[in-house]
Design a protein around this ligand. Sequence first.
Ligand SMILES: Cc1cc2nc3c(=O)[nH]c(=O)nc-3n(C[C@H](O)[C@H](O)[C@H](O)COP(=O)(O)OP(=O)(O)OC[C@H]3O[C@@H](n4cnc5c(N)ncnc54)[C@H](O)[C@@H]3O)c2cc1C
Ligand code: SF4
Length: 453
Amino acid sequence: MGKPTGYMEIARMENPYRDEAARLHDSEDLHIPQPIDARRAQASRCMNCGVPFCQSDFGCPLHNLIPEWNDLLYRGKEREALERLLQTAPFPEFTGRVCPALCEKACNLENDALTNRDNELYLIETGFEKGWIQPRIPHKRTGRRVAVVGSGPSGLACADLLNRLGHEVTVVEHADRAGGLLMYGIPNMKLPKGIVQRRIRLMEAEGVRIMLNTEAASEIMEEYDAVALCGGAKKPRALNVEGIFAVDYLTAATRAVLSGSEPSIDAKGKSVVVVGGGDTGNDCVGTALRQGCASVVQLEMMPEPPVERMANNPWPEWPRTLRTDYGQLEAIHRQGADPRIYETTVKRLLPGAIEIVKLKGFDSIPGTEQTIPCDLMLIAAGFVGCETATAAAFDVEPNQRGNLMPANGSHHLRDNLFSAGDMRTGQSLVVRSLADGRAAAMEIDRYLKGDAQ
Ligand SMILES: Cc1cc2nc3c(=O)[nH]c(=O)nc-3n(C[C@H](O)[C@H](O)[C@H](O)COP(=O)(O)OP(=O)(O)OC[C@H]3O[C@@H](n4cnc5c(N)ncnc54)[C@H](O)[C@@H]3O)c2cc1C
Ligand code: SF4
């Protein structure tokens, strides 16, 4: 259970960010990893509570065995700790970097919570460094073949588990690189692309076949014993005015980072307005600043959140409080002020500018119009469901929310066709799509064994 007096003696310390002045000059990893002594001290703070909420439905969707691996890490048994972590976590090198750490918000220590995300990142990176992570090839194959459509986190997690269960798995991906939004969406500084490619190579060495530049068609339902649709949900919500969608902009930025060329959509020297105050908008802010924009503003329709939890949002729920993410911190450093303007939206485009207006609820307040400079408008206003072409290709009707969620809440759409990840649930989080991909794999395995027919 860690050190009995650990949390009283040792303060919570997350992996610090690199200094803004330095990190704005590159797209390298944002954080500075901490050495083993610091990690063990952080792990020692875990009290293995009677009811570990970090593992509950309020906490980690993968139900990671957090108190167990924190205790092993504290005792210096890093390899054993990693083994416990890998029981439930397929790719801790992704969640250790991009997970909002739902487990930490549900920790009994509340604002002083354990640093589970940094601890898990330490364990997996130590595993890679020390050569403990080696291809795990199943001893026996079942002879059953499964196609997974989409190589985002849900598709990879589904493929990984099915492969471990002995099935022959092919991942079909229409992009030129595997990873879904891990590759083309989440920026390099949050998740370096070499990390994604390292996992893809490992999965290939374990026997998973990955076909890139390939559009999935319904014929694969005849060729394979089961098909899992893991195509994501990145159909963007459009606005009343035209702009560039955030994922298109972020994809172009990542391509430029990987090829060392100029981005095809470049913020350099431009006044940038990001419409949408959420996490995707924040990634656009950080990217535009790295590209050398003249200025960046972020418009948010909702009111500014409270600094502390409200009474109707108690622990261990996710706190709906004000968060200032890395991109916003960088904008404060560069521009001297938070880039977010709340309860405001864009009204119309003007040459080299836009007109913005204040909102009350969803209604504009007449007389509050204002003109601000804008050479590049990025739309990060959320997502409205899955790519309709993929649903149509497999003759599945998306539900009212634009997702392929079977009416009974399972993963089984019909015949040998299944769905998982954001395509099934709507735009979510990496950790949730990993959990959903694994749940789909278990359902497919039961179907292949004949139990679920
Ligand atoms: C900009 C951005 C930043 C984000 N940052 C974070 C973050 O920091 N932390 C976090 O937890 N979550 C984050 N998210 C959310 C997270 O990335 C998603 O919830 C997660 O990637 C969903 O995984 P998925 O596998 O379901 O879908 P996706 O990652 O969208 O992958 C779907 C894949 O399917 C492929 N595909 C679709 N149709 C076909 C077809 N017909 N044939 C072949 N291939 C097809 C697509 O090309 C894509 O590669 C972010 C999302 C965005 C947009
Ligand atoms: S995956 Fe996320 S929620 Fe789960 S233990 Fe890791 S940081 Fe916590």
